[in-house]
Design a protein around this ligand. Structure first.
Ligand SMILES: [Fe+2]
Ligand SMILES: [Fe+2]
Length: 441
């Protein structure tokens, strides 16, 4: 559905007003300026942080609103329940982004849903009114994660707001029809305003407005996704899971994931900034060190979860590589300011601190593959005797001849083996195919 059709559909959807509020609504609408007469729904929904029993539904609005999702297992939604945005305390209101976290779902189950929003007049704490409503005319569907869900996954990375690259990658993903997509970081550059984040993920210039409405996304932030004031609160656009979905110890780890997709366990980590917390350029405003340690405790537990531990294939994801055999490549732990004449650049080519914390855990668990990004240059590092996981590093974002071509990495279990296909998005050809045997469990 293109933007024009989507907006037309949303505008054509019934505008309903409670009878007791008719007078005030009429008064309100008579004073609408151009901004307020835009359709309230400003984007198709994006499915975020997909899991076995929950999913996030996020969409943009034009104007102060409270939103909801109608969701059920019947295609016509006759069994639908209404889930309001916000947590369990109160329904949220927001001028630009609505986030609805749906919990209590069944694993590997197909659901149908529709989004809607109430336009809110806010005159103060005792003066709040619903003055309009819009529902997206389209009913979308998705399937929750789970052991019984036989489907593939795709990985994209380092898109850096290059729309031509993203457009081509989404075309490939549409053709491959995966069960979920992992966006492996550096979706942004340095984003100072919320509006920039909205335009990257939700209300974007792509023709494929609904690219994430039926295909759920998981996100492993890259170093750029921490840069700029807006990115310091990325959760305003890329929602966290609900607190009740994680242990109290892990409340700040709202996007780490450990989900089962058929025979594959997918585990997502966040390598955070590519510069040290002590680098004076960042004024002490990052805490990547303790953040990585917190994820180590989470990872240990995640790998022991029965549904993860029993999966024949274990694939992990993070943005910055955890292995690099070039001794001139900065390992990201050069205290205090990342530079050293022995290394070729003052930023991490790979993350030795994370490698030391997470690498052995992945090795002990028999992880077959780690998929990373960050280098803007595709490569494959085979496993080694002390490291059973191989590493695939996703490509760059350059749609021209050279070695920075973009990739869509596809994973699928075929004939009892995990087959990874690396699609070169510039050439349109398959770059490489790798196959992995089930791990010993
Ligand atoms: Fe990047
Ligand atoms: Fe990066």
């Amino acid at each position: 559905m293109d933007r024009r059709d989507f907006l037309k559909g949303a505008a054509a959807a019934a505008v309903t007003v409670g009878t007791s509020d008719l007078a005030s609504a009429a008064e309100h609408f008579s004073s609408l300026d151009d901004e307020e007469t835009k359709p309230l729904l400003a984007s198709a929904p994006m499915l975020q942080n997909f899991a076995g029993t929950s999913v996030g539904v996020v969409f943009a609005v034009n104007g102060l609103a409270s939103g909801y999702v109608l969701i059920g297992e019947q295609p016509d939604l006759r069994d639908a329940r209404k889930v309001l945005c916000g947590g369990c305390r109160m329904a949220d209101i927001d001028e630009r982004v609505i986030q609805v976290r749906i919990t209590g779902l069944k694993p590997a189950t197909k659901y149908w849903y529709r989004i809607g929003a109430d336009r809110i007049h806010y005159g103060g704490g005792y003066d709040m009114k619903v003055v309009g409503n819009e529902e997206d005319p389209r009913i979308y569907s998705f399937t929750t994660a789970g052991k019984e869900l036989e489907g593939g996954f795709c990985v994209i990375n380092d898109t850096h707001v290059r729309w031509n690259t993203i457009r081509a990658e989404l075309d490939k993903i549409e053709a491959l029809a995966p069960s979920c997509v992992i966006w492996n970081g550096d979706a942004s550059n340095t984003e100072e305003d919320l509006e920039n984040l909205v335009s990257i993920y939700l209300d974007h210039p792509l023709e494929r407005k609904d690219y994430a409405a039926c295909t759920p996304y998981l996100f492993c932030p890259g170093n750029h996704d921490f840069r700029g004031r807006a990115n310091r609160h990325l959760e305003r656009v890329w929602m966290y899971r609900q607190p009740e979905e994680r242990a109290p110890r892990d409340w700040d780890l709202g996007r780490n994931f450990a989900v089962r997709l058929g025979d594959v366990a997918l585990v997502g980590l966040d390598t955070a900034e590519d510069k040290l917390d002590t680098n004076p350029r960042f004024a002490g405003l990052f805490k990547s060190g303790p953040y990585r340690e917190a994820q180590t405790a989470w990872l240990r537990d995640a790998l022991a979860q029965p549904d993860i531990a029993s999966a024949p294939f274990l694939v992990a994801f993070c943005h910055i590589p955890l292995f690099d055999d070039d001794p001139s490549h900065n390992p990201g732990d050069l205290f205090p300011a990342d530079s050293d004449p022995r290394y070729s650049a003052d930023f991490a080519y790979w993350q030795r601190t994370c490698a030391r914390m997470w690498g052995p855990l992945l090795h002990e668990a028999g992880c077959q593959l780690l998929i990373t990004a960050h280098m803007h240059k595709y490569r494959f590092d085979p496993s080694a005797p002390d490291r059973c996981w191989a590493q695939l590093v996703g490509g760059g974002h350059t749609m021209q001849e050279g070695d920075s071509f973009p990739t869509v990495i596809e994973g699928k279990v075929l004939g009892g083996r995990l087959r990874m296909t690396v699609h070169n998005i510039f050439s349109g050809k398959v770059q490489d195919v790798f196959e992995f045997n089930p791990r010993q469990i």
